[in-house]
Design a protein around this ligand. Structure first.
Ligand code: KIV
Ligand code: ZN
Length: 559
């Protein structure tokens, strides 16, 4: 009788586990790169969408990094049930791990994700520790994390540049100490797919207890290879991929969730694995993240870019009309791109509006329909047809407003601008201060262009010392009555950096309101600081929590 040769460990694992877990780090690695930190409400909103996309793990934040992040992780842990694992990040530091454990403790399935740099450059230059000292820390801290939480993930930061023999020892030690997932990050996006695949292969061959853990990968996109590296790792047996919506993340970003998931789905013939993602929710999630994080997506971005399913050349158009798959490897519908035939206008009622909002993923109990309907009517009267992107923009405005207490509102704006000799650009504003029963402040100024004049007129009455650093304008929909979304990055000497946004069919009104958004945030931080200096409580809990979040008062360094 001939006995079949034993399969190597990797083959067994691949056979048994043909499901790839999707670990979404949009709210942690992605948020680190957003122009401004997200509010607790915004993070919860994204987390709910990620749960409906059916990701396996949501990395909700880095709890020790700021009070806002702690609050967001705790709230997400509490609110997202019957779904993904909720995970928080912690350095291999006792306090980080304790705070993280506290933040995720209310989750149905909590996870602590703890990490330390393992490459020579990280251990010697950043941590100033010997290899043995780092090994000892891994043993001690992973054990501590495991005592606090049953599900612990360990990451060897900069694994891509770590000496492979040392990486074996690190991984073995972390598994012995109780880590159930071992993450291999290409932190600086340095590796080449073939090389990265080999690292995974070698771990399976050389770490004796590797069968007790799931191998995860976390690739950055510095050389544009994050997706390729992650997929190569999957082909070599990695069974968790860490990624973000739209590929947002530190520097050039992380591997993009939509690319990983669609490649696995479309090329089952090659990878022979699957994910649990509901791909029809990809587009909706992408738009939500783009809007909330104020990070536009490049038009030619794979899967979710505006041109990803657009055919330009005559030959391509002819081909697609004859047979779609001549030039389309996936259908737009498979990623949730719908062409909506139902036009919403000022005559549309609440029923159709509610139906549309539900299709876009908004849960009725989480927004105020009356307030939304008023905003919708106001836009429809100005604009005629209201598109899905307009609805999402209005909803972000409505939900976003809950977080920031706007004591100053722009009641009136008049701008004179134009071209030609003798035309001076001027603006007049009237601002209502709701903190002091109906106080009205009037300002006017000349400027170099319509927004500059408007800013100066606002500064004329509220001299907050704000310097505008960046100004972005995007048309959300098409046509000359398109809604323009304005995003302004600004700073003050004392309070730090802020981002303000607004959308309007009138781009000067949008710019003025975006600037007023910043004025209110600066004011909130000033009030918070004043109250803190007096030793008293801040005005209210909401002022306190938001101010601390916007100001990111607790500094940290990650790893
Ligand atoms: O890129 C990285 O190494 C990380 C770790 C914290 C996993 O983000
Ligand atoms: Zn990262």
């Amino acid at each position: 009788m001939t006995v079949a040769p034993p399969k190597n460990l990797r083959e067994i694992i691949i056979m048994e586990k043909n499901r790839v877990l999707i670990f979404d780090t949009t709210l942690r690695d992605g948020e680190q790169a957003a122009p401004a930190s997200l509010t607790v409400e915004q993070k919860c909103h994204i987390a709910k969408q990620l749960a409906s996309l059916r990701v396996d793990v949501i990395e909700a934040g880095f709890p020790i990094s700021s009070p806002g992040d702690f609050q967001a992780v705790s709230k997400i842990a509490e609110e997202i049930k019957d779904g993904p694992i909720i995970c928080g990040l912690a350095r291999l530091v006792q306090k980080d791990i304790e705070v993280c454990a506290d933040a995720v403790k209310r989750a149905q399935r909590p996870r602590i994700h703890t990490f330390i740099g393992t490459s020579a450059i990280h251990t010697e230059k950043k941590l100033r520790k010997s290899e043995d000292e780092v090994l000892e820390l891994v043993k001690k801290s992973v054990t501590l994390a495991r005592n606090k939480c049953d599900d612990v993930e360990f990451s060897a930061e900069d694994a891509g540049r770590t000496n492979i023999e040392y990486l074996y020892r690190i991984v073995e030690t972390a598994i012995k100490a109780g880590a159930k997932t071992i993450n291999i990050p290409d932190t600086v996006g340095y590796t080449i797919p073939e090389q990265f695949g080999k690292i995974i292969d070698n771990l399976y061959k050389n770490v004796p207890n590797i069968d007790k853990a799931t191998i995860s990968v976390h690739c950055h996109n510095d050389l544009g290879m994050a997706t390729a590296n992650s997929l190569m790792a999957v082909a070599h047996g990695a069974r968790q991929v860490e990624c973000t919506i739209n590929g947002i993340g530190e520097r050039a970003g992380n591997a993009s969730l939509e690319e990983i998931v669609m490649a696995i789905k479309l090329r089952q013939d090659f990878f022979n694995v699957s994910t649990d993602i509901d791909t029809t929710k990809i587009m909706q999630t992408s738009k939500l993240v783009r809007n909330i994080c104020n990070m536009p997506v490049q038009p030619n971005k794979a899967i979710v870019g505006a041109n990803a399913f657009a055919h330009s050349s005559g030959i391509h158009q002819d081909g697609v009309l004859k047979e779609r798959n001549t030039y389309e490897i996936m259908t737009p519908e498979s990623v949730g791109l719908k062409t909506n035939s139902m036009n919403l206008t000022g005559r549309s009622g609440r029923h159709i509006l509610k139906t549309r909002l539900t299709e876009l993923g908004y849960v009725e109990t989480e927004y105020d329909m009356d307030a939304f309907y008023t905003m919708f009517k106001e836009l429809a009267d100005r604009k005629g047809t209201v598109y899905d992107d307009d609805l999402m923009m209005l909803m972000e405005k409505l939900l976003g407003n809950r977080d920031v207490e706007h004591l100053y509102t722009l009641e009136y704006l008049e701008v004179l601008c134009g071209k030609g000799e003798g035309v001076a650009t001027k603006a007049k504003v009237r601002i209502k201060y709701s903190g002091d029963a109906g106080l009205l402040l009037k300002g006017e100024a000349q400027g170099n262009g319509a927004f500059d004049a408007t800013k100066r007129a606002i500064d004329d009455v509220l001299s907050e010392g704000i310097t505008v650093k960046e100004f972005h304008l995007d048309a959300i929909t098409g046509g000359s009555d398109a809604v323009g979304k304005v995003t302004i990055h600004a700073s003050t000497a004392e309070e730090g950096t802020f981002v303000g946004t607004d959308s309007n069919t009138d781009i000067i009104v949008a710019s003025a309101n975006a600037y007023m958004d910043i004025v209110n945030k600066v004011d909130m931080v000033k009030r918070f600081k004043r109250n803190a200096a007096k030793g008293g409580d801040a005005d209210s809990e909401i002022v306190n929590s938001n101010a601390s979040q916007f100001a990111m008062m607790e500094e940290y360094t990650s790893g």
